[in-house]
Write a protein that binds this ligand. Structure first.
Ligand code: AFP
Length: 335
């Protein structure tokens, strides 16, 4: 890609988000958050590349609020992301996977609340697999605690994004004007536009899911995956299975190639289905990114952006990807 490709800052400056309710933050505040994540991602990518050499791999001991084993990089990632957002002075609070309670930021101008998983997929770290950073942005409402403004449906997000740390470091963001992808030029430290206005294919050929948990799924989910695996040349089946164990990597592939990423709930007790992924900093941001690329994001029973968060670390199931594929999944849930 030529050095002349647009930088992230130039691109953000050209976006004119659709008109939002009066209490939503200005585009400038949202753009500041995206730029902060870009800046911090350069440091995270560097640290990931050297983590084994610096003794940063492995666990610190204990689990986080959502029950995952905490890795050293999770803790470090949380600290650098929170520090970068504090310094931005546009954040009123940060809700992070690695902190049981939101981090309130009384010294900032406080236009936005950021929900983030600083190092998502961290169980991949010890095997040199891809990981990511996910963020969703919400408007602050001036109330105390500031973080409570993040509760509510994902349709209220003025922006969302993720960074994928793979062979290249890629940043994908949306502020409601489509979904755009950038690649880090390591020499200059700039993210440059490499994937403008990403449009997800209407249908794909690949599905990603942890099939080992198949026995716990909703009957509609089980029937749907069986359908995807059943040979039928005319409708392009069977689909292939790809699953990395890092949501960012699986969503990124789905966004570019089409198909499905699914993390369904455990329906072993149909009265209390239990999801794994987190609504505020995994499911809702990815839902917005995929919808802005022309895709769909559903639980099988409803649109994920309509799910109302009532708790900071609330969980939700998700089926996201190509619009025709997700519509087909919904149909199986309805049967
Ligand atoms: P970790 O950050 O604890 O590795 O969890 C990653 C994750 O939240 C998400 O990125 C993956 O899609 C999902 O969990 C993988 O979960 P399974 O290991 O249960 O398939």
């Amino acid at each position: 890609m030529a050095d002349s490709a647009m930088t992230l800052s130039e691109h953000l400056a050209r976006q004119q988000p659709p008109s939002l309710p009066a209490d939503t933050p200005t585009h400038k505040n949202v753009a500041t958050v995206v730029e902060r994540f870009a800046r911090v991602a350069v440091g995270i990518a560097q640290e990931l590349a050297h983590a084994a050499l610096r003794g940063r791999l492995g666990v610190v001991g204990g689990t986080n609020v959502t029950g995952d084993q905490v890795k050293k990089m999770d803790v470090w990632g949380h600290e650098v992301v929170v520090a970068a957002l504090r310094e931005s002075r546009v954040c009123a609070a940060v809700i992070s996977e690695e902190a049981p309670e939101p981090v309130e930021m009384k010294d900032g101008a406080g236009a936005v609340v950021v929900c983030t998983d600083p190092v998502d997929g961290s169980s991949n770290l010890d095997v040199n697999g891809s990981v990511g950073t996910i963020f969703g942005i919400r408007a602050a409402d001036g109330k105390t605690p500031a973080a409570s403004a993040a509760l509510g449906p994902g349709t209220q997000q003025p922006g969302a994004g993720y960074v994928m740390y793979g062979p290249a470091t890629t940043l994908v963001y949306t502020v409601g004007t489509g979904t755009h992808g950038f690649t880090l030029d390591r020499a200059s430290g700039e993210f440059r536009l490499t994937h403008p206005d990403i449009r997800i294919p209407r249908r794909g050929k690949v599905y990603g899911i942890n099939e080992g948990s198949g026995h716990t799924w909703h009957p509609g989910q089980r029937a749907f995956v069986e359908h995807l695996k059943t040979q039928d040349k005319a409708s392009g089946r069977p689909y292939s299975l790809r699953y990395s164990g890092a949501m960012v990597a699986d969503v990124h592939r789905t966004l570019l190639d089409g198909g499905l990423f699914m993390y369904p709930a455990d329906w072993s007790d149909p009265k209390k289905p239990k999801a794994k992924l987190r609504l505020l900093y995994e499911v809702a941001p990815m839902g917005m990114i995929v919808e802005q690329a022309g895709g769909r994001a559903s639980t099988g029973l409803e649109r994920v952006l309509d799910l109302v968060a009532t708790e900071y670390h609330q969980r939700a199931s998700v089926i996201l990807g190509s619009p025709d594929d997700v519509a087909m999944a919904d149909e199986f849930y309805r049967r």
